[in-house]
Design a protein around this ligand. Structure first.
Ligand SMILES: [Ca+2]
Length: 93
């Protein structure tokens, strides 16, 4: 009898962990997918510099990881450059 209780207890603990993991994933996955904008473009590397678009300060220009994904001498986009880059990415996808 004691063994059966231990099995039931183990099952309940596993069930609770499974439910918690399910809810954490259900909350996290949509947030991760939204990071790059309204769609999933943040998970791609448009300029193939090894830095995903949502982490790349210069998502349309090949750059160094040390420089946030921007070519040397540049530390990000101004509003016009960012807009042009977003348009370029939309054209490609
Ligand atoms: Ca880049």
């Amino acid at each position: 009898m004691r063994n059966k209780k231990a099995v039931e207890m183990h099952f309940m603990i596993m069930l609770i962990i499974a439910v918690i993991v399910f809810f954490v994933l259900a909350i996290m996955i949509p947030n991760l997918l939204r990071k790059g904008g309204e769609d999933t473009e943040g998970f791609f590397d448009f300029d193939n510099d090894g830095i995903l678009n949502n982490l790349d300060k210069c998502a349309c220009h090949y750059g160094e990881e040390d420089n946030g994904g921007c070519p040397s001498g540049k530390d990000g986009y101004n509003d016009a450059e960012r807009e042009k880059c977003e348009e370029d990415m939309k054209k490609e996808t």
